[in-house]
Design a protein around this ligand. Structure first.
Ligand code: ADP
Ligand code: MG
Length: 204
């Protein structure tokens, strides 16, 4: 196996460097650039047939310079569709639960300092009952390969979809500056079938 493109320690350090570099780039976007980016993505998002047909949409609250999902969440609510947010699984390390999210949901801060709905088993939505999982990412490449923050949470969430094609459609959301030519991927990485940025709808 080619150590540079699969698996080896060289791959790990390249991935770490890329995470660092791209996170700094998106953190450097000004509030005005963030606002314009979010508006542009919203305009595309609302036109997607998969989104218009969806009733149960998982998304996430932005942090670390990520594209602002706030306007998307408001639009989904206004359409009368259901919004779900990821919550760190309380026992199963590395796994996410998706909880129904409403404007008045009680929130708490998780171990990464990200707000999440307070855990309530009645609000848990099984992943296979979601229609779309809007997926955060740090970097993506020409083939839809995805680099996350390094926890592997979405690789686990999407692995069943990746293996069987059943379950919710993943849709990556990102700034244009998060695109790179080629990402060194690992066996467990789940490539995304579609990614929305302010200037393009990439799909494979
Ligand atoms: N489906 C999976 N099952 C078990 N472990 C996984 C799975 N997906 C990812 N992991 C583990 O999660 C860790 C982080 O994955 P990585 O792809 O580097 O993070 P990210 O996707 O957040 O960039 C890796 O050590 C990997 O072994
Ligand atoms: Mg991964």
């Amino acid at each position: 196996m080619d150590a540079l493109h699969h698996g080896g320690p060289a791959t790990q350090s390249t991935r770490q460097q890329l995470r660092q570099q791209i996170r700094l780039q998106r953190q450097a976007l000004t509030p005005h650039q963030q606002e314009q980016a979010s508006k542009a993505v919203l305009a595309r998002f609302t036109q997607l047939k998969t989104i218009r047909d969806a009733r149960h949409i998982a998304i996430y609250l932005s942090n670390d310079g990520e594209l602002d999902t706030g306007p998307l969440i408001d639009w989904i609510w206004r359409q009368g569709k259901n919004v779900y947010l990821p919550v760190l699984h309380p026992f199963s390390k590395g796994h996410l639960l998706f909880l129904h999210y409403r404007p008045d949901s009680p929130m708490r801060c998780n171990r990464y300092g990200i707000a999440e709905p307070a855990l309530d088993v009645r609000l848990v939505k099984p992943v296979h009952e979601l229609d779309i999982v809007c997926t955060p990412l740090v970097a993506f490449d020409d083939q839809g390969q995805r680099l996350g923050m390094g926890g592997g949470y979405y690789d686990r969430t999407l692995s069943q979809w990746h293996q069987s094609g059943l379950g919710p459609q993943p849709l990556g959301l990102a700034h244009d500056c998060q695109q790179v030519r080629h990402l060194p991927s690992e066996a467990w990485d789940v490539p995304l079938p579609a990614i929305l940025t302010p200037s393009a709808y990439h799909h494979w």
